[in-house]
Design a binder for this molecule. Structure first.
Ligand SMILES: Nc1ncnc2c1ncn2[C@@H]1O[C@H](COP(=O)(O)OP(=O)(O)O)[C@@H](O)[C@H]1O
Ligand SMILES: [Mg+2]
Length: 189
């Protein structure tokens, strides 16, 4: 994978498969400190210690459908290539937290990629859990909670074409502000 957003989508799908009704996705970029963290916390069924011990091994899966247990190992490899690591905390009935750290300016750190597209795909997917999103770049942040959005919409579903159009613009604008908060780093001069 070339984009962290695609890894994030994979980890969000794990939360959905674990029956989560609420997910918190936090992306924090600290440029003076030189680090980037991505945290995905869910309230799904969680994992026992034996499962947890195996989740970052390639091809470990408890699924018998579709693909092959690479979501967490690939995310771990992306973090390690960029001078960081992946930590998974989980307990049965207590949900799961996946924390990935990266060297923000490490040459092998993948770009965040299309976060608005990833978020939109997730929010419009069948049985999407509630999402609390927080993206911070130094002092600036973009936040939303689908609970608030749904309350404001009343009976109108997120998939309503007008809402979809509004949501796409809202996500693009929020992420554009985060991009503007980033330092321009000149490399190779
Ligand atoms: N958020 C989660 N909650 C509960 N179990 C999880 C979660 N994420 C991963 N797992 C467990 O770890 C296994 C491996 O996950 P992953 O590497 O993404 O591969 P896959 O999703 O293809 O099985 C899953 O099959 C599941 O048993
Ligand atoms: Mg997976």
């Amino acid at each position: 994978m070339r984009e962290l957003a695609l890894h994030v989508l994979d980890i969000l799908e794990n939360a959905v498969e674990a029956g989560a009704t609420r997910v918190e996705l936090t992306i924090e970029e600290d440029q003076p400190g030189g680090w980037l963290t991505i945290t995905i916390r869910d309230n799904g069924r969680g994992m026992d210690a034996a499962t947890l011990a195996q989740v970052t091994s390639p091809f470990f899966t408890t699924r018998n459908t579709r693909h092959v247990g690479l979501g967490l190992p690939l995310f771990a490899a992306a973090a390690e290539r960029a001078g960081g690591q992946l930590v998974v905390e989980s307990a049965p009935g207590r949900g799961t937290t996946v924390l990935a750290t990266f060297g923000c300016f490490h040459p092998d750190r993948q770009p965040l990629g299309d976060l608005p597209g990833t978020l939109l795909a997730f929010l419009l997917s069948q049985q999407a859990p509630d999402l609390h999103y927080h993206h911070r770049v130094d002092e600036d942040a973009f936040d939303f909670d689908t609970v608030d959005i749904r309350t404001a919409l009343g009976d109108v579903p997120l998939s309503n074409p007008t809402v979809r159009w509004w949501l796409a613009g809202f996500l693009q604008e929020g992420e554009a502000e985060m991009a503007a908060a980033r330092w321009e780093i000149a490399v190779g001069f």
